[in-house]
Design a protein around this ligand. Sequence first.
Ligand SMILES: Nc1ncnc2c1ncn2[C@@H]1O[C@H](COP(=O)(O)OP(=O)(O)OP(=O)(O)O)[C@@H](O)[C@H]1O
Length: 587
Amino acid sequence: MGLAVFGSLLGMAVTLLTGRVVGAVPGVVDRAHDGSPGAMPIGEFSWLLGGLLVVFVVDSLKPAVQQVASMVMDAGLVRAIGTGITGPLLAPRRIQHLEDAEVLDVQERAKGKGGFHLAQGLGNLPWLLASRVTLVGSAVIVGSMFAWWVAAMLVAVTFLLEWYGGRLIEREIDVWWGNTEEQRRSHYLFDLGMRDAPKELRVFGLHTWLVDRYVREWTAGYRPVWARRRTNAKWSLLIGGIHLIANGIAILAVGRAAYDGSLPLTQVATALPAILAIGQSSNGFGVVQVRRGLSAYRAMRDLPGTIAARHPEPVVTTKHRVETMPAREIRFEKVSFHYPGSGKAVLRDLDLTINAREALALVGINGAGKSTLVKLLGGAYQPTSGRILVDGVDLAELDLAAWQRRVAAIVQDFVRFPLTVTDNVVFGAVERAGDELTLARVARESGIDDVVRRLPKGWDTILDKTFDGGVDLSGGEWQRVALARALFAVHAGASVLVLDEPAAALDVRAESELVERYLELTSGVASLIISHRFSVVRNADRICVLSDGRIVEDGTHEELLAIDGEYAGMFRLQAERYVTGPEAVDA
Ligand SMILES: Nc1ncnc2c1ncn2[C@@H]1O[C@H](COP(=O)(O)OP(=O)(O)OP(=O)(O)O)[C@@H](O)[C@H]1O
C-alpha cells in the first residue's frame, strides 16, 4: 500500500515538475539571448531539470519494484487465505459441518463465489488506494492551478464512469462465472479427457466424440458471455463519449485561458497532464474486485464462528484416561442414526458389543449401514439417539481427539497420498514418523517389503506417476500400503482397528494369507472387519449380521451356519458360486 501510494505521489511530482520546467523554458531562453531580468537563472533551471530527471528515473523503476512487491504479497495472501479457510474446516473432530448447507455457503463465499477470489480483491486494494490518491491529488492540482469547477466536473464524471463501468464489469463477470450447465459440462469433459478417463476413452474410441462435444458445450456455455460483452461494448462507447466530452471541455477551457493570456505557461503545462490523470484514475474493475474481495474476507472471518455456533465441539467434562481405552469393550446401546438432512434411519436401536482384543466381523448387504457404524465408532458423527460406551463411559464425554488416535482404520475409499511410500505408511501415526524399525516390521507384516524392494527409489519413491521418478501401484499393492498404515498405527498404540473391505483388491490366495496373518498380528486389539468375502469373515472370533439397521445375528461362523439364517443364506450363495462358477471351471 505504501509503495502504491508512493507511486501515485511520484506521478504527481512528475506532473508538477514538468509544468515548472516547461513554464521556465521561455524565460531561460530569453535570458540567454538578451539577459532579461526576472527569468529563472540557468543554474536554478539545471537543478529543476535534474530534479525532474531523478523523479522520472525513480518513477520508471516503480513498476518493477511494485511487481515484485505484488508477487510477494499475493503469495502471502494465498497462503493466509488457504489456512484461513481450511483451518476452521479441518479443526472439528466431527464431520457434520462438512455437510451443512449454511457452512458450505459461507465457505463458498470465502473462497470467492462468483469468480472473485479474496486474493484478487485484497491484491487490488493498494492499486485502488493509489488511484484514489491520484484522483484527489490531480483534482487539487487542477483546482489550484486552473479552476475548481473544472476539477469538480472531472471528478464527478470520473466517479460516474467508475460506477457505471463497474456495473458493466460486474454483469459480465456474473455471466462468466455463472457456472451455467454448459460451462460445467465443458469443464467436466475437459477433465475427463485430460485426467479422469484416458483409458476408457481410448478403449471405447471416444476421443473424436469428446472433442466435438467439448467444443459444442464450450461454445454454448460462452454464448451468453459474448452477448453480454456486445451489450457492454455499446454502453462502454456511450460512457466513453461522456468522458471524452468532459475532458474536451476541460482542455478547451485551459486552451482558452492560455490564449487569453490569463493562464501562465507553467499552469497550462501542469493542469493539462493533471486533467488527463483524473480521467485515468477511474478504476471500476478495482472497485468491483475490492468490494467482492472484502465480502469474501468477511465470509472467511465468519467461518470459524459459524462452524462453532452450528456445530459446537464437545466439551470434555470427565477426566478419563483415553490412552488405555478400551480395556474391556465398546458397546453400542440402542443407537439410532440418520444422516443430517436425510429422514431415512440408517441404524435403528442397534445394540452391539465389541470386546477388547476380539476380532469381530460385520456383514450385511450393500447400504446396510456398516460404514456408517464405523463413522459413529470413530466419532465422526454422533448417534441421533442412544449411546456408544467405551468401558462404560459415553463417547460423547471423552476427549474425541484422543479417542480418534486410539482408532486405526482402513476405510473403503482410503486416501492414496501422492507422496512417498514412507509418508503413506507413517501417516498412521505421524508422531512416530522416524521409527524405522516399526516401518520395516509393518512392511513385512503387510507384505509390502517386496513391493518396496522393486521400487526405483525404495521407500522414497513417490506413489504417483505424474511426479518425476514416481510410480503407480496396483489396486492390491495399494491395499497392502493402506494395511501397513493401519498396522503402523497399531504398533504406535492404537487399540481399535477397523478394516472396511481390507482385501477387496487382493487375489484370493493373497487375501486369505493376509487375513490369517492379520488376525495373528492384531490379536491384542479390538478389531472390526467389514467384508463381503466370507473367506475373510469366517476367521473372525465373532460375526454379526447387520440388517434393517440392527444386528440380527451374532455368533461364530459355525453357530451362524447352524441357525441357518441370513448369514447361512449369504454364505451358501457365495460358496456355491465358487464351487460351480467360472472359477471352478477354470480350476
Ligand atoms: N454422507 C451421507 N449422507 C446421506 N446418506 C448417506 C451418507 N453416507 C451413506 N449414506 C446412506 O446410508 C446408507 C448406509 O450406507 P453405508 O455406506 O453405511 O452402507 P454399507 O453397509 O457400508 O454399504 P456397502 O456394503 O455398499 O459399503 C446408504 O443408504 C447410503 O446411501
